[in-house]
Design a protein around this ligand. Structure first.
Ligand code: SF4
Length: 227
């Protein structure tokens, strides 16, 4: 595993659980708003598995779950082995993914390796390439959505929104595509030095606009939230 970052304790990454978060290096997308520029470019100091498990086992009493984020974790060749080791130690496991590896997701779900999945939905399928910044086969995205919705594990879909890349109509179109899903979250863009596209290039939506959206979309899902 190419793990380049660790957040020792998080109270927000795994719903209702205390988790440790690991960040894998490398991504097959290049979303301009990405907040993890270095991770996407695989820059960072690698954590060894020995280091990771010695940390986790020492703090097992205080940590319920491990979140695997990125970058894009499904690009890691030994992801399955890493997760099965976490499961055998009794941790809940959450996977953050861009959904571009449906077969990997399917096998992890089938073998009960995951307890929670958070999948990024970059946009409506017709706008995916513009937002993901690379050529995309949207059938893979659709397949992942169907696999996750058809599973019995907890999940959320989530979309980062900024004015330059995603319109209000796009957001409503995504909501229509995902209608009936358990959880859907919108994350308003936050600028910063680590943004892939560079600072001061992209802008978030106003609070009032998001409140209007919330009023329209909240009944589409069991849980809808704007973060
Ligand atoms: S935001 Fe996009 S580029 Fe960044 S890690 Fe996620 S999928 Fe990759």
């Amino acid at each position: 595993m190419n793990i380049l970052g660790q957040q020792k304790s998080s109270f927000i990454d795994y719903p209702n659980k205390i988790s440790t978060v690991y960040f894998t290096g490398g991504c097959n997308f290049k979303c301009p708003y990405c907040h993890n520029k270095d991770l996407v470019n695989s820059i960072g100091t690698k954590f060894s598995e020995d280091e990771i498990f010695s940390f986790l086992l020492k703090r097992k009493k205080f940590i319920d779950a491990v979140c695997i984020s990125g970058g894009e974790p499904t690009l890691q060749k030994d992801l399955y082995k890493f997760i099965s080791k976490l499961k055998s130690e009794g941790f809940f496991v959450k996977l953050d993914t861009n959904g571009y590896s449906p077969d990997i997701l399917e096998s992890l779900i089938k073998d009960e390796m995951l307890d929670y999945i958070a999948m990024d939905i970059k946009g409506p399928l017709y706008a995916y390439e513009k937002i993901a910044g690379v050529k995309i086969d949207v059938n893979l995205i659709k397949k992942s959505i169907d696999i996750i919705k058809g599973s019995n594990i907890d999940y959320e879909f989530r979309t980062t929104i900024c004015r330059e890349l995603i319109t209000i109509k796009d957001i409503v179109d995504i909501a229509n595509m995902l209608k009936g899903s358990k959880s859907y979250f919108l994350q308003n863009f936050r600028d910063g030095d680590t943004v892939l596209y560079g600072k001061n290039c992209l802008t978030p939506y106003d609070k009032e606009e998001l409140e209007e959206l919330e009023a329209i979309l909240k009944d589409y899902f069991e849980l809808f939230r704007i973060k």
